[in-house]
Design a protein around this ligand. Structure first.
Ligand SMILES: *Cc1c(COP(=O)(O)O)cnc(C)c1O
Length: 228
């Protein structure tokens, strides 16, 4: 597995997809997802000067945080339980999986001590899949309005995990819906809420996601090889 070649190839593909998208001038952030990967493999990515990494489990993020250099910008992309917030709150740049109010309250409480806001994305479950976390589309704006009152939780955008499908074209309508919601919220201009990041797109569907307006993709398998 040539990790460096894979990484370069993904960046080229992102640029190509950007050209087919509504605003090709924007920047797309690539988050390399390191779950189940060894430090040696991750080091290949860091050697390429890529320091933006994502983990979906608190324990794994903690372990890797201790073993990797401080330049790494960590993103928590998986489900976060309230009682685990304390383990990662001083380690992560962005939490992608805010999806209930009591979690927001806990993050707010912990950040009061840090005296700086935690940047979070609201996880949305547009296909209303039982197996996935996240709010339904119609719940998102009321939720954001509620969370906006918490001074140390800073909403920075939306995240979604698209359903698993055979061809990425099948999820294009979902990405379109997410992009519309993202823009609607932006236009609503809720106090203390920024719609800067739309985190959508993984190995199987990132090209379509970028074509439809994503500006943050989370990619594991296409970098490191298939999951095991
Ligand atoms: C594992 C994971 C990814 C990356 O998935 P790949 O298909 O390996 O690219 C992205 N987002 C989340 C939330 C994940 O858990």
């Amino acid at each position: 597995m040539d990790i460096v070649a894979n990484l370069r190839n993904i960046k080229t593909e992102i640029d190509a997809s950007l050209l087919k998208s509504p605003n090709p001038e924007r920047k797309v952030t690539l988050i390399v997802v390191t779950k189940n990967k060894k430090i040696e493999e991750i080091n290949e990515v860091l050697k390429e000067e890529h320091f933006i990494l994502g983990e979906n489990r608190v324990q794994e993020l903690k372990d890797k945080y201790d073993q990797l250099p401080p330049e790494v910008s960590w993103h928590l992309i998986g489900h976060l339980q309230r009682n685990k917030v304390k383990y990662i709150i001083d380690k992560v740049k962005l939490i992608h999986s805010l999806e209930n109010y009591s979690l927001a309250v806990e993050i707010n409480k912990r950040m009061t001590l840090e005296k700086k806001p935690m940047e979070c994305l609201v996880q949305v479950n547009p296909a209303r899949e039982e197996s996935k976390y996240g709010l339904e589309m119609h719940e998102v704006i009321p939720f954001i309005r509620e969370v906006a009152h918490l001074p140390w939780v800073k909403i920075k955008g939306l995240m979604t995990i698209a359903p698993e499908v055979n061809t990425p074209e099948e999820v294009r309508p979902i990405f379109k819906e997410m992009f519309n919601l993202f823009n609607d919220i932006k236009k609503t201009q809720i106090f203390d809420v920024d719609m800067d990041y739309l985190s959508m797109g993984m190995t199987n569907d990132y090209k379509v996601a970028v074509e439809e307006g994503s500006n943050m993709v989370r990619i594991g398998s296409a970098v490191f090889g298939p999951r095991y």
